[in-house]
Design a protein. Sequence first.
Length: 152
Amino acid sequence: MGRLDDSARTRARQLLNTAGLGQFLGHYPRQLSGGMQQRVAICRALVHNPKVVLMDEPFGALDALTRETMTLELLRLWYEEPKTIVFVTHSISEAVMLGHRVVVMSPRPGQIKEILEVDLPRERDFSLVGTPEFARCAAVVRELIFEHEVIS
């Protein structure tokens, strides 16, 4: 595991176990799938408990079940140790599930179109997705993204 002190090594193991990678501690990156490498990258970003985390499509390479597991894990980590996370995603439901604010960008050139407050409870799980409140929030984001597009 490189040059980690004992507390960072312990945290790294905990994060890797949580990400379902505990049994791969001795493996090289080339021995891991793309999704597994992505989970390692997320763990690496969190190991020193930074105040701000920048995540650009971190779950993009993951299968649907692993993506949901990692979404819940990211939420759990945030509840335990709140921090600012800038999370870039093209998934509207992922943005609403994870975000306290959703920044909708315009197409090229990318500019901030609108910043929406997500008016949902802070503690979230996937049961929230089926609620009218979640659907309304996702619909507002979708409308902002597609407001000028006409499908013929």
